[in-house]
Design a protein around this ligand. Structure first.
Ligand SMILES: *[C@@H]1O[C@H](CO)[C@@H](O)[C@H](O)[C@H]1NC(C)=O
Ligand SMILES: *[C@@H]1O[C@H](CO)[C@@H](O)[C@H](O)[C@H]1NC(C)=O
Ligand SMILES: *[C@@H]1O[C@H](CO)[C@@H](O)[C@H](O)[C@H]1NC(C)=O
Ligand SMILES: *[C@@H]1O[C@H](CO)[C@@H](O)[C@H](O)[C@H]1NC(C)=O
Ligand SMILES: *[C@@H]1O[C@H](CO)[C@@H](O)[C@H](O)[C@H]1NC(C)=O
Ligand SMILES: *[C@@H]1O[C@H](CO)[C@@H](O)[C@H](O)[C@H]1NC(C)=O
Ligand SMILES: *[C@@H]1O[C@H](CO)[C@@H](O)[C@H](O)[C@H]1NC(C)=O
Ligand SMILES: *[C@@H]1O[C@H](CO)[C@@H](O)[C@H](O)[C@H]1NC(C)=O
Ligand SMILES: *[C@@H]1O[C@H](CO)[C@@H](O)[C@H](O)[C@H]1NC(C)=O
Ligand SMILES: *[C@@H]1O[C@H](CO)[C@@H](O)[C@H](O)[C@H]1NC(C)=O
Ligand SMILES: *[C@@H]1O[C@H](CO)[C@@H](O)[C@H](O)[C@H]1NC(C)=O
Ligand SMILES: *[C@@H]1O[C@H](CO)[C@@H](O)[C@H](O)[C@H]1NC(C)=O
Length: 531
């Protein structure tokens, strides 16, 4: 028989143990390959999701780490491991917001060898191009467009083989147990992963006015306008990288027989279509963005759609099998912003999800949210250590491209790279970061057991950011005038580790280091006893 307090501790204990498990079990692919030699390296471990190495496997943890001696060696030691929560000891998906089943997808030769296909098999297969919706800035030489994407071939893999491959991603279930439409989704994503990237390819594009940009229910949503007429041919100046990627800024000319407006002579974002020559798979809409105005940079997982990255089994089904679902009424909030904010407002979707999954993310966003440009994780950022730097790299690139625009940064608290990079940008570019909005995932979703770190926010104007619970908390803000805080949402931000499970919500519960240490020990002991 336990008292209520003891039961609560037990509950906390198993929750905490789940966290510690997650931290302590080394990722089977813990030694990442250097970026340069990435392509030929086969990384079966992450693809063959082996439950025996899973952080869900408590027994395995008990064998690997002597929990009792950890506890016996005292608070400092346990506190130290809590400190390492915020370091690279964490599974990288917690740090970057990418679940580990979304890490280390095979590329190029690894795909070929794992499927037993050779170049001759692929010769007759058409080349496809993933063309990621670009943004462009206005310069003295004209519009400067960042074309980026990937050139690849889709091997002809039988459905039974695809099902085998998909089953390796599906932890705790298999494709034959899923409803039909989820089977289709899982096969689609698996096919998108097992593509063979094409190195040393030239790409060229045809540009033309874009009548639509795909934002659901919003004619001209996202504030952009269509240039009246004309077209242009553009040759990308470099061949694709060994991973099949291309990514560079290219100066474009005025449209032949038409008018592109100059960036300093319009307040509107202009949208143009980019058609890749030689394939109909490489269509994208480019956004020509004037030099001043507000750009919304938005993460996608757990802020625009329900992913539950922090709850691996759910996260996996939400990414591989289920249709993408918007998070609550977030689409209404964005629709209102796109209708009511000034014409120079631009939306940019920046997620560190692997490039291979980009089409699914674009498809969802363009059906649900205002049209805008896109960034996903390029293939040369595939190894674990580079994964930690990719968000910062992509964010700094767009800041450098629009030095006189303001930015509104949106994500949730479950990605520790967001928690580091967003406030750091506000420190580094105080005149450019207008607002930071972070959904406090753990306050509304008890299955998010992971702590998050708010120390980066120390020293920032506390009216320039808001931790919020539900989309309605964002209603009624006058963002253009710099109002970022809904006064009715209690903030309680202390600058350190926050964790709802441990009852640390902020200022109200400021725990000293040793108190925190003993709380964790109590929790660990309780969890251990409960096993
Ligand atoms: C806009 O920029 C172009 C190129 O830098 C320049 O020639 C033109 O005078 C500018 N127009 C205005 C209204 O500033
Ligand atoms: C793919 O392979 C199957 C069986 O090997 C064959 O029947 C089919 O025609 C191929 N499809 C294409 C598009 O080559
Ligand atoms: C998967 O679905 C997306 C979005 O509907 C689509 O664009 C893509 O072509 C599909 N991929 C494959 C490999 O079938
Ligand atoms: C790509 O284009 C460049 C410049 O036109 C040319 O030198 C090169 O041979 C082309 N590469 C391929 C693979 O066609
Ligand atoms: C642009 O490319 C298209 C084919 O994509 C071609 O028909 C057209 O002649 C080209 N125009 C110019 C001006 O080069
Ligand atoms: C451009 O306009 C001229 C005159 O209006 C026309 O003769 C010519 O065919 C047009 N060129 C293209 C490529 O549309
Ligand atoms: C393109 O040409 C038109 C007509 O001459 C001009 O009004 C417009 O400013 C030009 N746009 C750019 C981007 O140079
Ligand atoms: C890409 O655009 C071309 C030209 O409008 C169109 O024929 C083709 O169907 C488009 N491709 C896709 C996948 O929508
Ligand atoms: C915004 O753009 C529309 C055209 O799409 C234009 O009619 C309207 O006047 C613009 N508003 C302002 C304030 O410039
Ligand atoms: C446009 O973007 C490029 C690439 O990020 C940057 O180097 C350049 O300074 C930007 N130009 C202006 C005028 O902001
Ligand atoms: C819609 O956005 C505007 C600011 O662009 C804001 O003033 C208004 O309160 C918002 N409406 C809702 C219902 O959020
Ligand atoms: C602030 O603390 C209160 C009481 O502990 C809690 O209910 C609330 O969810 C916290 N607010 C945020 C934004 O986390």
């Amino acid at each position: 028989m336990y008292g209520a307090a003891a039961q609560r501790l037990l509950l906390l204990g198993s929750a905490m143990l789940a966290i510690v498990d997650a931290i302590a079990i080394p990722d089977p692919t813990a030694a990442p390959a250097p970026v340069e030699v990435r392509a030929p390296i086969i990384t079966p471990a992450a693809v063959q999701f082996d439950g025996k190495y899973s952080y869900l496997n408590k027994r395995n943890y008990m064998e690997k780490r002597n929990l009792i001696s950890d506890i016996a060696s005292g608070a400092d030691n346990v506190l130290h491991s809590l400190g390492s929560i915020l370091g690279t000891d964490l599974p990288s998906y917690v740090i970057s917001g990418i679940p580990n089943y979304f890490q280390d997808f095979p590329t190029g030769d690894a795909v070929k060898s794992s499927l037993g296909i050779n170049d001759d098999d692929l010769k007759a297969t058409p080349t496809q191009v993933l063309n990621i919706p670009p943004y462009a800035n206005w310069t003295d030489q004209g519009w400067n467009v960042r074309f980026h994407g990937n050139v690849y071939k889709l091997p002809n893999i039988s459905q039974s083989k695809i099902d085998d491959l998909a089953n390796k991603f599906l932890f705790g279930t298999s494709i034959d147990k899923l409803p039909a439409e989820q089977q289709e989704n899982a096969r689609n994503l698996t096919r998108s992963i097992f593509v063979v990237q094409q190195a040393n390819q030239n790409v060229s594009f045809r540009l033309a006015p874009a009548p639509l940009q795909g934002a659901d229910g919003e004619p001209g949503g996202g504030n952009s306008v269509t240039p009246p007429s004309g077209y242009e041919n553009v040759t990308f100046p470099f061949e694709t990288t060994v991973e099949g990627d291309y990514d560079a800024f290219v100066q474009i000319k005025n449209f032949t027989n038409g008018t592109l407006l100059k960036g300093n002579e319009t307040n509107n974002v202009q949208r143009i279509n980019v058609y890749t020559d030689g394939t109909d798979t490489g269509n994208a809409t480019a956004f020509l963005v004037p030099s001043t105005g507000i750009t919304f940079i938005s993460d996608i997982d757990d802020i625009l759609r329900v992913t539950k990255i922090y709850d691996p089994k759910e996260g996996l089904l939400n990414s591989f099998a289920r249709d993408f679902t918007p998070w609550m009424n977030m689409p209404d909030i964005y629709a209102n912003w796109s209708r009511t904010l000034p014409n120079d407002t631009h939306f940019h979707y920046l997620t560190t999800t692997p490039e291979q999954a980009t089409r699914n993310y674009m498809d969802f966003i363009y059906k649900t949210y205002p049209g805008g440009s896109f960034d996903t994780r390029p293939l040369n950022f595939s190894d674990v250590s580079a994964t930690l730097a990719i968000r910062d790299f992509l964010l700094r690139k767009i800041f450098a491209t629009f030095p006189t625009r303001k930015f509104v940064l949106i994500a949730d608290t479950s990605n520790s790279d967001v928690m580091k990079d967003y406030p750091q940008l506000a420190h580094d570019f105080p005149n450019q970061v207008q607002c930071i909005f972070l959904r406090n995932t753990s306050s509304t979703d008890p299955s998010d057991k992971f702590p998050y770190d708010t120390s980066g926010f120390e020293g920032l104007n506390n009216k320039s950011y808001m931790f919020f619970h539900v989309p309605d908390d964002l209603m009624g803000l006058d963002i253009a005038s710099g109002q970022c805080l809904n006064q009715s949402i209690m903030q309680n931000v202390t600058f350190g580790i926050q964790d709802e499970v441990l009852g640390i919500h902020g200022a109200g519960v400021r725990l000293g280091a040793s108190t925190l240490g003993s709380l964790i020990i109590a929790v660990l002991v309780a969890g251990f006893v409960a096993l």
